[in-house]
Design a protein. Sequence first.
Length: 359
Amino acid sequence: PDTQGREVDVLIIGGGQAGSAAGFYLRRAGIDFTILDDQDQPGGAWRHAWPSLRLFSPSQYSSLPGRMMPAPADGGYPTASGTVAYLTDYQRRYDLPMVRPVHVDAVHRADGGLLVRTGTGDWHAKIVISATGTWSRPYIPYYPGIGEFAGRQLHTAHYTGPEPFTGQRVVIVGGGNSAAQLLAEISTVAETTWVTSRPPKLLPDDIDGKALFDLATRRYQALTSGQEHAGVGGLGDIVAVPPIREARERGVLKAEPMFARITPVGVAWPDDTHLACDTIVWCTGFRPDLGHLTPLRLRTRDGLIPTQGTRAVAEPRLHLLGYGDWTGPASATLIGVGRTARDAVTQITAQLQTSQPPR
Ligand code: FAD
């Protein structure tokens, strides 16, 4: 394959916040690298978020290394479009070597490194950082009857705002922040029912992403000093951002247990209670986008790849960054990924010093 001019020491796949944070530290370490991203503009997943989305922490707790995100003019928490603008500026400011739009199809083992196949040719890298995020893999759980529902079904990933639901009966599924935020909006124009598999946990009003990050920090410190830590479970709990508090005042934040099946016109519980509805909104999360790594055969039965830090245990030339706590505490957040990226680059620097040049 033609790899002329496409040989780099480190190739990052994915140019969202995780890829950008890794780029910041690679640039600082003077390492030769390139970032491939399959979108034609910067911003990663934030480009696809619904327009009203606000982050759950203030800008100083939503920032990548080196540069603080500017606070929005209205004094509130940052918006999705503000985050896209920040990431765009970040890539320009640190002169990150982006090549876009390039979609990576597959990563293979090769002499002296990894071979990365794209729609526009091959790349060869001594080390690959996969930072492809989760947004392109929305997850919808299976329920009996799901295929026969005559109404509309929609995942968080495709939500654009409450207007299309005006006057409808809408069932919102999921116990996390996305579900609560969509419920808060949709309930202003529609008759909503919220269903969750576990009773949702609303955090106290004074807890935001900053407090959750502090929790993640304690976990990081415990783990790096060889102690046990219970995990950052609190990250899934619902942050009482202003629209959620307002919905709580209106009394719409009441959750029902999960239904057992879906009928052509609604949902039904185990005791056969039936609720007719027009739309089911699945706020049921995302899975890591790891399809391009299939040829490496690294996934275990849970669909994840065992890692030590960010490095794949069975393929040390591959690092995984940003997907969730399994690739570093809070590494799927803007503030958390910086620390993980720094550690990854420290390890990569050492790896490159001991690696053989590619043949
Ligand atoms: P992404 O932003 O998804 O970037 C990955 C990039 O890789 C994308 O540009 C993608 O197109 C590209 N790509 C994917 N596959 C390929 C391929 N095969 N070849 C080439 N390119 C590829 N975090 C916070 O810190 N604060 C919050 O308030 C917050 N709120 C959130 C609200 C919602 C609804 C969601 C879903 C997440 C939220 N997060 C929040 C979490 C987190 O910040 C995001 O999930 C974040 O976008 C993850 O960044 P990433 O760089 O890992 O992935």
